[in-house]
Design a protein around this ligand. Structure first.
Ligand SMILES: [Zn+2]
Length: 245
């Protein structure tokens, strides 16, 4: 699919010191200049490009690619020479193959941080925590749809110190957004920006009630079950304490 191995001719494969090396060169007769679009097969020079790929049978896998630089023959083209592209094998200037990048994205999405880095190391991907993070950050945002039933909850970033608000889609249990505070303002602004919420499932905090009222006046507000139970528990406790004698 995106492995691009049909873009290259393999010249040699060697295995040494736990690494498999594949020496390869472009298979195409020539390429089109990215500026003029004119096809060229006039080779100016060649250079070596190293691409790290997904491990092969438990060994590191490296592709040593000979890249041709073609001469653009168009007189008024601003580009005199251009490197042959390997569009499916790897992005321009990338040091990893597209296939390895996809694998790292999947690991990074499933297991962020140190756990992902450990798994990547065990699989022989040799990618640190920051590499995984960069791959995940570079991903396009997933398709967003405004949930019909919105859950609004606060959570502490550092225990008891900084509070944020997490918005969830109650019906399909996914996190929709995170707001920087637990004030009414950001919630109201969010609801105005993403209209269509019919039910706001919130805790009993006055700020969320006010935010929902301002941002989605037509939405039904319900206190969520956890907070109802918590409130009931507190009421029972107070009542029992009052009648202890
Ligand atoms: Zn050109």
């Amino acid at each position: 699919m995106f492995d691009g191995t049909d873009e290259v001719d393999v010249e040699a494969v060697t295995a040494a010191f736990g690494t498999v090396e594949m020496v390869a060169k472009g298979r195409a007769a020539g390429a089109a200049c990215p500026d003029s679009g004119r096809f060229s097969d006039r080779v100016h020079d060649r250079y070596r490009r190293t691409l790290k790929d997904v491990p092969l049978a438990g060994r590191g896998f490296v592709i040593r690619l000979t890249v041709r630089r073609f001469i653009c023959g168009v007189a008024d083209c601003p580009r005199r020479t251009f490197a042959e592209p390997f569009s499916r094998l790897a992005a321009p200037h990338a040091r990893f193959t597209t296939r390895l990048n996809h694998a790292l994205e999947r690991v990074g999405l499933a297991l962020a941080g140190p756990a992902g880095a450990r798994l990547a190391a065990q699989l022989g991907f040799g990618a640190g925590r920051m590499t995984l993070l960069r791959r995940v950050i570079a991903l396009p945002d997933p398709q967003f749809s405004t949930p019909r039933v919105l859950g609004v909850d606060d959570f502490a970033i550092r225990r008891g110190q900084t509070y944020s608000t997490v918005l969830t889609s109650v019906e399909d249990h996914r996190v929709v957004d995170v707001l920087p505070t637990r004030e009414a303002g950001p919630l109201a602004a969010w609801l105005i920006r993403y209209p269509g919420v019919e039910i706001v499932c919130r805790d009993r905090a006055g700020a969320y009630a006010e935010g929902a009222r301002r941002g989605a006046p037509d939405a039904l507000q319900i206190a969520n079950r956890f907070h109802l139970w918590q409130g009931l528990g507190r009421a029972v406790e107070t009542c029992v304490a009052a009648h202890r004698d």
